[in-house]
Design a protein around this ligand. Structure first.
Ligand SMILES: NC(=O)c1ccc[n+]([C@@H]2O[C@H](COP(=O)([O-])OP(=O)(O)OC[C@H]3O[C@@H](n4cnc5c(N)ncnc54)[C@H](OP(=O)(O)O)[C@@H]3O)[C@@H](O)[C@H]2O)c1
Length: 234
């Protein structure tokens, strides 16, 4: 379904899931604002999307870890007269102020990229899992709070995809069944976002795993995670 002339801002669009998400949004007729540090990769993506899908793409190279980056980004958008219809928080959390203080426009969508690590503690990836649990909880609460306002929040509990399998020891200890194709992950995230769904877990095996870890006692889930983590970091 074409949704021409709406704009999606995607952080971390120079590689991985963010790059795939950008291509899926472009394919569906969205203009793009793409943010990451590597300008050359963003420009290459922009060129491909303009040529293939005829969409407008604004490249905003930026390090989002710099404390004033969110304010700078908001200023750059205002200066360029750009409005954001869909915000895809893929590179990380963008803190633009207290939630209670943020004015509401009455429409728009947010897609937060979490992880299957959001469901349970992951020994050997403790900080990562804790931060993704934060993203999941925050997104679910906001999704409820914003019901009826025209603004929706979707969170994808993305699983490890193939490249992560090569890069991370923990992923190498997971059965291949739980590894996804990065394009499928982006497509499922996109579909859920435009449909305004609160939560999506891409891939049937991961949906089953996500349900299973809710059923077992925390000590058991934690201990199994510890075994996998110790094997991975040995
Ligand atoms: N990989 C997996 O299997 C997996 C599984 C579950 C969830 N996730 C989640 O999915 C999201 C994307 O992961 P990924 O694997 O696609 O990551 P990735 O391939 O490493 O890509 C990360 C993207 O974020 C950008 N980025 C990183 N630090 C940045 C900064 N300080 N400022 C601006 N941009 C920055 C990078 O661009 P530059 O380097 O150009 O800045 C890149 O475009 C993350 O939220 C991750 O937690 C991933």
């Amino acid at each position: 379904m074409a949704r021409a002339r709406e704009t999606a801002l995607i952080t971390g669009a120079s590689g991985g899931i963010g790059l795939e998400l950008a291509q899926v949004f472009a394919e569906h007729g969205f203009d793009l604002i793409v943010v990451a540090r590597r300008e050359a990769e963003l420009e290459a993506l922009a060129g491909r999307c303009r040529e293939k899908h005829g969409v407008r793409v604004h490249v905003l190279p930026m390090d989002l870890l710099v404390p004033d980056a969110p304010a700078k980004l908001v200023q750059q958008l205002a200066d360029a007269g750009l409005e954001v219809d869909i915000l895809v928080n893929n590179a990380g959390l963008m803190d633009v102020g207290g939630f209670a203080d943020i004015g509401e426009r009455g429409r728009g969508r947010i897609l937060n990229v979490a992880s299957t690590a959001s469901f349970q503690p992951v020994p050997s990836m403790a900080l990562y899992a804790a931060s993704k649990a934060f993203v999941l909880s925050l997104s679910e609460s906001l999704s409820e709070e914003l019901k009826g306002t025209g603004v929706t929040v979707t969170v994808t509990k993305t699983d490890m995809y193939e490249r992560a399998h090569d890069q991370h020891a923990v992923a190498r200890n997971l059965p291949e069944l739980f590894l996804s194709d990065v394009e499928d992950v982006a497509r499922e995230g996109y579909e859920a976002c435009v449909a305004g769904r609160a939560v999506v877990v891409p891939g049937l095996p991961n949906r089953l795993l996500a349900s299973a870890v809710q059923l077992y006692p925390r000590w058991l889930v934690r201990s199994i995670g510890g075994l996998i983590g110790r094997r991975a970091t040995r």
